[in-house]
Design a protein. Structure first.
Length: 90
């Protein structure tokens, strides 16, 4: 059975500035990127997903991260990971 991550990928986050979701500050986790307003490193979300946990499990364990932040980050990561598509020939 394929695990589900409880994430609905939409185009809604395309207009979201990543700086409003994550930031890096040398005073917080030695400058590792964290979700804005938290001390939760974005790497923690990646680790949860890679480990087979659902987004809901991550959010339950880190309630200071909003679902909107997590989904927007995952959507941006998916966009960055997708290969660039050449325009269709006419």
């Amino acid at each position: 059975m394929t695990p589900t991550y409880g994430v609905c990928f939409t185009k809604a986050a395309e207009s979201v500035d990543l700086k409003s979701i994550i930031h890096s500050d040398p005073e917080i986790h030695s400058g590792d990127p964290v979700f804005v307003g938290t001390r939760v490193p974005v790497r923690t979300l990646i680790d949860y997903i890679e480990g087979g946990d659902s987004l809901d499990v991550f959010l339950d364990n880190f309630p200071s991260v909003t679902r909107q932040q997590a989904v927007a980050f995952l959507e941006e990561a998916a966009r960055k990971a997708a290969p660039a598509r050449a325009p269709a020939p006419h």
